[in-house]
Write a protein that binds this ligand. Structure first.
Ligand SMILES: Cc1cc2nc3c(=O)[nH]c(=O)nc-3n(C[C@H](O)[C@H](O)[C@H](O)COP(=O)(O)OP(=O)(O)OC[C@H]3O[C@@H](n4cnc5c(N)ncnc54)[C@H](O)[C@@H]3O)c2cc1C
Length: 431
């Protein structure tokens, strides 16, 4: 038994860890050792990859690239391969992943099971939009090949399926052409949400990547920094910085109201001084926190929560104002506050998180009841706005909010594997 947690480190429990290294042996292994749940890099924040006291199937040994069609950019790989390894190997060869989240230290299987999104949802959709085939192993040993056309319902249930339809062992993913690792970025400061929406709307046609940081302590106004970027043909070289490791785990969280107020104000003012255009390598632009390994330890032994919701565009402004006000009044705060818009497109999975609208993601140190009280207020705003929360970031949403936010849940339940169970599935689906 090994103590495992997810990225938020709120829950730390003993698990029986069964390593999966050979795709051919997965059917026998998972039917013998279960019920369990697949565990990739544990970069989800809450309990989607946890099964306290029970089995997890560690997929990181399924780490082989199988074949690559360099005319079409189609990659076949085992599901434990890291996005980082794909990016570093293929970008110099002129291909890259069309969608990547804010960390590249995740597995292909994890990217599919949460149908992750990047900073270019309005152009490229979510990760599942680029998956062409998966091989899924059920806990009774059955192997199902799925594509958008072959067993399409299995395919759609598994994109964003929270690991609950089977263990993905093999993936075909369509890469996109790229000229190289460099992007041209533009940084702009905004004074309020109206300015944010104006920037987001006016960037949709000319810019592939858009994201913003919002100062959630600035009240309902919502000042922030907007960043947008495009790939560039000019690929002149510059060295990238090395990786740092967060040096220690402090006995209490280093993130509190005073440090946040200071950080947010300094960050806003520094970034405001550096507005304008710059050439930037894709790694610091896409994955700004990967440069500090284990940064999650700065929240101390109680860990932290991430709260990420999406609300439809028509009510977005009002809902965001209400959320920012609630946060400001609560005395809680977040320096990792990311605001971005999703494009107007259907997601490929029955339980995919992205829906047209605006999404806000915030990190909060775990301060027990006080933090949960704020979440209840935020839940009410999301619910009223007909929005939903992101399971990849969640470890506490009430079942009723999950059911309200995911109208295809009952359809999904037909494809659930009864030999697969996680702390999240028990909390939100009853088993
Ligand atoms: C710094 C940071 C930034 C992030 N930014 C974003 C972002 O911008 N956008 C976004 O969408 N997400 C983001 N995330 C969340 C992260 O991308 C997802 O949680 C991702 O799913 C983690 O992948 P993993 O390999 O660590 O999987 P885990 O966290 O280990 O597992 C996640 C889910 O995948 C399932 N799973 C894993 N492997 C398999 C498999 N082979 N077969 C079936 N199921 C499997 C697990 O059972 C679980 O349900 C971020 C996370 C961090 C830490």
């Amino acid at each position: 038994m090994i103590t495992l947690s997810s990225w938020g480190r709120v829950e730390q429990h003993l698990h029986e860890v069964i390593p999966l290294n050979d795709p051919g042996k997965v059917p026998a292994l998972i039917s013998r050792h279960g019920p369990g749940i697949a565990y990739g890099m544990g970069r989800s924040y809450g309990d989607v990859c946890l099964n306290p006291g029970g089995v997890v199937w560690n997929t990181t040994g399924l780490n082989h690239l199988i074949q690559f069609d360099d005319e079409r950019g189609l990659l076949r790989a085992e599901a434990g391969v890291l996005l980082r390894d794909i990016q570093r190997l293929f970008i110099p060869r002129g291909w890259m992943l069309p969608v990547t989240p804010g960390t590249q230290l995740i597995t292909l299987g994890g990217a599919i099971a949460n149908d992750v999104h990047g900073k270019n949802h309005h152009v490229q959709g979510s990760f599942g939009d680029h998956v062409r085939r998966i091989r899924l192993v059920r806990s009774d040993g059955e192997v199902i090949e799925c594509t958008p056309h072959l067993n399409p319902a299995w395919f759609s249930a598994t994109m964003g399926g929270l690991g609950l339809t089977g263990v993905i062992v093999e993936v075909d993913v369509q890469l996109r052409r790229t000229e190289g690792p460099w992007l041209e970025s533009e940084t702009i400061s905004y004074a309020n949400l109206d300015e944010f929406f104006h920037l987001a709307d006016s960037s949709e046609t000319g810019w592939e990547y858009t994201v913003s940081w919002i100062d959630c302590l600035s009240g309902a106004g919502g000042r922030g920094i907007f960043m947008r970027a495009n790939h560039v043909a000019d690929q002149s070289h510059a060295p990238t910085k090395g990786v740092k490791v967060f040096p220690f785990e402090p006995p209490i969280s280093l993130v509190n109201r005073a440090s946040l107020q200071l950080f947010n104000s300094v960050y806003f003012n520094l970034k405001s001084l550096r507005v304008g255009r710059a050439l930037i390598h894709y790694e610091p632009f896409f994955y700004p926190l990967d440069n500090i390994l284990e940064w999650n330890r700065m929240y101390g032994p109680k860990g932290f929560f991430q709260y990420q919701g999406v609300v439809p565009r028509v009510v977005g402004r009002e809902a965001l104002r209400a959320m920012l006000e609630a946060i400001s009044h609560s005395g809680e705060g977040s320096f990792l506050a990311v605001l971005k818009t999703f494009g107007d497109r259907q997601s490929p999975g029955m339980l995919s998180f992205p829906q047209p609208g605006v999404t806000l993601a915030l990190d909060f140190p775990n301060r027990g009841k006080v933090t949960h009280k704020l979440f209840e207020r935020l839940d009410a705003i999301v619910r009223e706005a007909a929005g939903r929360l992101y399971p990849a970031k969640d470890g506490r949403m009430p079942r009723s909010l999950f059911e309200a936010g995911y109208p295809r849940l009952s359809e999904f339940m037909q494809y659930r594997d009864s030999g697969i169970s996680s702390a999240m599935s028990r909390r939100l689906m009853g088993s």
